[in-house]
Design a protein around this ligand. Structure first.
Ligand code: FES
Length: 299
């Protein structure tokens, strides 16, 4: 019987494949979707302004440790002496010692510090890694499609070894979920209707009133989607119960593991819906803060 020598792995040229389906569509959508989000998130982070509107605080600026000098200047210009410190700020104004005159306002954006952790969490996520390795550097561009290299390096070398940091980003991201849940709660308390009190003024004098606005719903859905993504993380499975050799002997761990696994089954959907919604939440609050949109109070 004649034999044809076949070398493994089979070498294909870039893009060469026997697949008949639209294999290029998924990496293309991922490339466009992630690129659009990265561009918007960077733009929003460098604005250092219009990140809050009354009771609403953009998730890209939460937790707001210090009020951005740019935002404080805008408030002072529009409200004059009536401008109160942002109620959302944990430690008040940006310390003047950390605000040399030669530093431009955009460099003092609170988002630049805050976004390190959510961005690191997403960047090292097991799902996103598979998606952007395909979409951004064709490694491979899709399964069974030729790629522009002949060797496989895996993630065993620098700089990709850094991906192992993911579990630590998970711990930080989990803390953020509780902070964002608190923001959704704060979004239920507004300046009293029918008065001239600004939100910060009403908050400073304890005159906030309970109410539900469209922004409250936007912020609440945001924390639900981000929670579904974060607590469906593969590291959360380990944390919840996966570390046990005999899970059946740890009933609470088993239950928690099952809950996390339930979220994990749709991890890709949680990843995309939460990414889109966090961008929209910032956009919604920004539009309201700029006076382009009006927030509709349901009661
Ligand atoms: S694996 Fe996706 S967030 Fe951890």
């Amino acid at each position: 019987m004649s034999q044809t020598p076949l070398s493994l792995p089979q070498q294909r040229k870039m893009g060469q494949t026997s697949r008949k389906d639209a294999w290029w569509l998924q990496p293309l959508v991922v490339f466009l979707g992630l690129s659009a989000f990265i561009i918007y998130a960077n733009w929003a982070a460098f604005q250092a302004s219009n990140y809050e509107h009354g009771a609403y605080l953009s998730p890209m600026y939460s937790p707001l440790l210090f009020e951005a000098p740019t935002q404080a200047a805008i408030k002072a210009e529009t409200l004059g002496a009536d401008a109160h410190m942002s109620h959302h700020s944990w430690f008040g104004a940006w310390p003047s010692a950390l605000q040399p005159s030669w530093v431009p306002g955009w460099m003092l954006s609170p988002a630049l510090i805050i976004l390190i952790f959510p961005a690191g969490f997403r960047l090292t996520c097991y799902y996103y890694r598979g998606a952007y390795y395909k979409a951004f550097w064709a490694d491979p561009i899709n399964c069974a499609v030729g790629e522009p290299r002949n060797s496989f390096r895996g993630e065993n070398f620098w700089p990709l070894l850094i991906q192992n940091i993911h579990r630590y980003f998970f711990y930080a991201a989990a803390v953020y979920i509780f902070i964002l849940a608190y923001d959704a709660w704060v979004a239920l308390w507004h300046a009293p209707a029918g008065t001239n009190l600004s939100y910060n003024e009403a908050a400073a004098t304890g005159q906030l009133e309970f109410g539900l606005g469209v922004g409250t719903l936007v912020l609440t859905l945001n924390v639900i989607l981000l929670g579904g993504y974060t607590f469906g993380c593969h590291c959360a499975r380990h944390f919840a119960g996966g570390k046990h050799d005999h899970l059946s002997k740890v009933p609470t761990g088993k239950k928690a593991y099952e809950c996390v696994s339930c979220l994990n089954r749709n991890h890709m959907k949680w990843a995309w819906t939460s990414l889109i919604w966090v961008g929209f939440t910032d956009f919604y609050i920004r539009m309201c803060a700029m006076g382009i949109w009006s927030d509709w109070r349901l009661f």
